[in-house]
Ligand binder design. Structure first.
Ligand code: SF4
Ligand code: FES
Length: 247
């Protein structure tokens, strides 16, 4: 395939940035989207030009590093991560516009790389449990009802990619935070800090400058892990519960 790539180039956080057009040839439909960018970068390096900076790590849909806006959609036209998107989703002659996540709490570091440490600070504020040190307890020492275990596992699938924020017109990160609160709140081990967790995480969220949720649902539609909108209801319910306990 021959494609025309339009890629956001930005030399650093203070640079205004610009779109740059790169024609590319010989793209195989078996390539992943990131492999296609690797080919472009090899070509740019061979020509003595600066390669396009983008993030990736696992390239298996696990780490959440590889988020890109592709033709205006978070992670592109399939409901998956950018590393798991393949070029068979495009056709010969296509124009592909590639941009970083656009959200104030995710400032651009360079080209397509954004700083998602705001998510890390939300996790650090409350996304943990108190656990005794020592040897691991037997697997069945703490019974967990199956429905709760299933819902905790579902929420734990959140990989912190930030697509929910990038897709939301309000730059809200409620789906991410709802997933973290739901994951721990469904389990017995998550109960001791349940109220403190939601207060801390919501407080940190507000400090980071994320927007408010207006129930548009773009976040859940863009989420590569299919996290449902109802984790946000659970987050709101936990916050109300924590206020009741405090009053
Ligand atoms: S909720 Fe989904 S879109 Fe948001 S960070 Fe988690 S995995 Fe990514
Ligand atoms: S590189 Fe890890 S999820 Fe894409």
């Amino acid at each position: 395939m021959k494609l025309t790539l339009k890629i956001w180039r930005q030399d650093g956080p203070a640079d205004a940035g610009r779109m740059v057009t790169y024609p590319i040839e010989g793209v195989s439909e078996e390539m992943s989207f990131l492999e296609m960018l690797d080919v472009l970068n090899e070509d740019l390096i061979a020509k003595g030009e600066e390669p396009v900076a983008f993030d990736s790590d696992c390239r298996e849909g696990i780490c959440g590093m590889c988020g890109l806006m592709i033709n205006g959609q978070a992670h592109g036209p399939e409901r998956t991560t950018t590393c798991q998107l393949h070029m068979r989703s495009f056709k010969d002659g296509d124009e592909v516009v590639i941009e970083p996540w656009r959200a104030e709490p995710f400032p651009v570091i360079r080209d397509l790389v954004v700083d998602r440490s705001s998510f890390d600070r939300i996790i650090a504020s409350g996304g943990f449990i108190s656990a005794d040190t020592g040897s691991a307890p037997d697997a069945h020492a703490t019974p967990v009802p199956k429905d709760n275990a299933d819902r905790a596992f579902m929420a734990a699938e959140c990989i912190g990619c930030g697509a929910c924020v990038a897709a939301c017109p309000n730059a809200a990160g409620m789906l991410f935070m709802g997933a973290k609160v739901t994951h721990l709140g469904e389990l017995p081990q998550g109960q001791p800090e349940r109220d403190a967790r939601v207060f801390s995480m919501v407080g940190q969220y507000e400090e980071e400058g994320f927007g408010g949720c207006t129930n548009l649902g773009e976040c859940s539609r863009a989420c590569p892990k299919g996290i449902p909108l109802n984790v946000i209801s659970q987050l709101n319910g936990d916050l109300q519960r924590a206020y009741r306990h405090r009053s």
